[in-house]
Design a protein around this ligand. Sequence first.
Ligand SMILES: Cc1cc2nc3c(=O)[nH]c(=O)nc-3n(C[C@H](O)[C@H](O)[C@H](O)COP(=O)(O)O)c2cc1C
Length: 392
Amino acid sequence: MTSDATADRIDPEHFRSVLGRHPTGVVVVTSLDEAGRPIGMTVGSFTSVSLDPPLVAFLPQRGSRTWAGIRARGSFCVNVLGAHQESVCRRMATADPGSKFDGVGWRPSAITGMPVIEDSVAVIDCTVDAVHAAGDHDIVVGAVEQLDTGAAAVPLVFYRGGYGSFVPTSLAAVDEDLLGQLRLVDRLRGELDRLAARLDTECTLVSLVRDQLILTASAGPARDSAASTRVGQRVPFLPPLGGVFAAWGGRARFDAWIAGLEPDDGADEVTSCRELAGRIRERGYVVALGHGATAHLESVSVEVPVRVPGHTPPPLHAAIAGVRSAYNPATLDATATYEFAYVSAPIFGEAGDVVLALSLYGPGEPVTGAAIEAYGREVTAMAAALSEGLAV
Ligand SMILES: Cc1cc2nc3c(=O)[nH]c(=O)nc-3n(C[C@H](O)[C@H](O)[C@H](O)COP(=O)(O)O)c2cc1C
């Protein structure tokens, strides 16, 4: 409850100083003035409000000229700023309304046509849904018309009157297992780079963290990945993926591997997985064939990732099942040609357990069975050398 007495008791400087202890992300709320020129203001009071219906809100000062323009237009676009956009943030907070967009690239949003600022990390296109008075500010509730992620950058953060960016200490805090893997990968980084340069092909390291396979390092030219790097991609540890860990990981690992199979996968799938693990051990490495199915699996794993541990979303499960028949064929004909995706071999840690899978990717064009076997010998030798590197 606000009263004059309360207002008198709270010193504005003290209010700012205390509230400044609360860090905020920074957005620029944009719109078009009556002449169709872009307008915008820096806002720290942006928040998500409701999922159903999708609503967001921000709190402009009553006297803001930009807010007057947004109100008249009835729609606005929220641009979440990245750490690389501090100058845009300062400009949108302090410049004259007519010159805020000088030197700032933008395009109209898809639905409302409001300005989308170049290189923002997320964009939320809204129409004004409701306005509530709140002291010297208004609470503007926006109905979300469309939203999308943008630049893959860390967000800008405002704290105690200064700017910073998000630093994920949570990686250490919540994922000790992954951190251990990253330290391991770091020790092999130089060797991985040299291998990729020597073979002129993409080489990756994959870690098994609980029930997920995580691509923890990549070197060399990515041939068939839509993303600029595969690092960070995750797929569930589910046959045939992670065959290297299942084949050399002992009973418990094998059981964890097949635990995610479903009745749809077929009654004899467990038996074929057991045979599969034996075949991989015998050959010494995993062979992944089939460009189309592998690329499809990669894109599905990005679009429909595992969100709940142990629960693989059905489209992802189907995409994994889709590569099963093409991976690890019983025989390779030396002269026949194949769509060769990659070969993987185990890297063993000091205790003799499989700690990483090393993969070499093939060229875009089909290659002979003999060439795949040459890749296989190469990946096995390299993985053995890397294992020795970890033992010292
Ligand atoms: C980090 C940061 C956060 C801000 N957050 C808000 C806010 O939540 N609401 C607001 O009215 N002004 C906020 N401002 C100030 C506005 O950006 C500024 O007053 C506005 O651009 C004034 O211009 P106008 O009168 O042309 O709208 C913020 C400024 C900065 C630097």
